[in-house]
Design a protein around this ligand. Structure first.
Ligand code: RBF
Ligand code: MG
Length: 305
């Protein structure tokens, strides 16, 4: 953290030689990904060169399945978190144009040809190329021939569980954000411009700021959450609001001790813990009582993974 230097973003291959590279899609930029990326950044620093993350614009599964998987991070947030690790360049390549390559071709015609890397870092289970022929063993075996150092980063764990994107996606979809956040090394979050809501919240004493939940992200279960925003701590509801017979899912945040109008401003919402599932209350006054309880809960509740 603490890097405010520039990270250049490229959407196409362009020659950029003798740098250290980290390979992966890195959805989540979780602790395992961070170890891979840090290895490339550290090696670049020790060898007085630059570091690059070589990734794809869209997840390769978008191409294979015809639909993208739901993500942990928006592309913008992924870039932001990668940048915070001190990376100099990110290449967000078009997977489709590279999908026909074998592992050998990807190494020689893409990695060596454009980057002649001084080092390559990947996770222990990373693979690329047709038949997944590009893997850790393959990269290790070819390192002398092409003159790069290869760093195979072992799995990172929380307790005895291996941290991986699939596991984190499942935790988010179950509302288990505290554990997901521990594995991410940062909070699961969404950002958006505050839109005009129905202004019903303020009639029950809980003014809320509404943002659109990015449709490309994994959906949290409908419910109330303790959140941290760029305007302070709050309680949020993600759901359809059955009490007022709502039908489309919205994210509404009540920021504690805060009364400003922030329409049009960017709101970042970090999900700390799920408080309870969303419910249909028999009246707005019942809902109001529950929100008061929700606020007490986040003030008291101890973190439990
Ligand atoms: N609406 C519901 O219909 N059911 C809920 O369980 C619910 N929980 C909420 C919890 C919090 C912390 C907040 C801020 C809002 C919640 N709402 C819920 C949304 C509420 O209906 C909405 O803020 C007002 O109706 C104004 O749009
Ligand atoms: Mg509102």
């Amino acid at each position: 953290m603490g890097y405010n230097k520039i990270m250049q973003i490229f959407k196409e291959l362009k020659p950029n030689k003798n740098i250290s590279v980290a390979l992966g899609f890195f959805d989540g930029v979780h602790l395992g990904h961070r170890a891979v990326i840090k290895s490339a950044v550290d090696y670049a620093k020790q060898n007085n060169t630059k570091s690059a993350v070589i990734t794809f614009y869209d997840h390769p599964c978008c191409y294979f399945w015809g639909v993208c998987p739901k993500y942990i991070l928006t592309r913008k947030e992924r870039e932001k978190r990668i940048k915070s690790l001190g990376v100099d360049y990110i290449y967000e390549l078009d997977f489709e144009s590279l999908s026909g390559l074998t592992g050998q071709e990807y190494l020689k015609d893409v990695l060596i040809n454009y980057f002649t890397p001084v080092s390559i870092s990947t996770g222990w289970n990373h693979n690329f190329g047709a038949n997944k022929s590009g893997n850790a063993k393959f990269l290790r075996e070819n390192s002398k021939k092409y003159g790069y150092e290869y760093f195979e980063i072992p799995p990172q764990k929380l307790g005895n569980e291996i941290i991986n994107s699939t596991g984190i996606r499942k935790l988010i979809s179950e509302g288990r954000t505290e554990k997901a956040n521990s594995m991410l090394g940062d909070d699961f979050s969404v950002s958006g411009k505050v839109t005009e809501g129905n202004k019903i919240g303020r009639t029950i004493g809980f003014k809320t700021a509404n943002i659109n939940y990015p449709p490309e992200l994994i959906e949290l279960p409908y419910g109330a959450y303790g959140v941290e925003t760029n305007f302070g701590k709050g309680v949020a509801n993600f759901g359809i609001r059955p009490t007022i017979n709502g039908s489309n899912a919205v994210l509404e945040v009540h920021i504690l001790n805060f009364d400003e109008d922030i329409y049009g401003k960017n709101l970042n919402v970090k999900f700390e813990k799920m408080i309870r599932p969303e419910k249909k209350f028999s009246s707005l006054s019942q809902l109001k009582k529950q929100i008061q309880k929700d606020i007490e809960t986040i003030k008291q509740k101890k973190d439990t993974l």
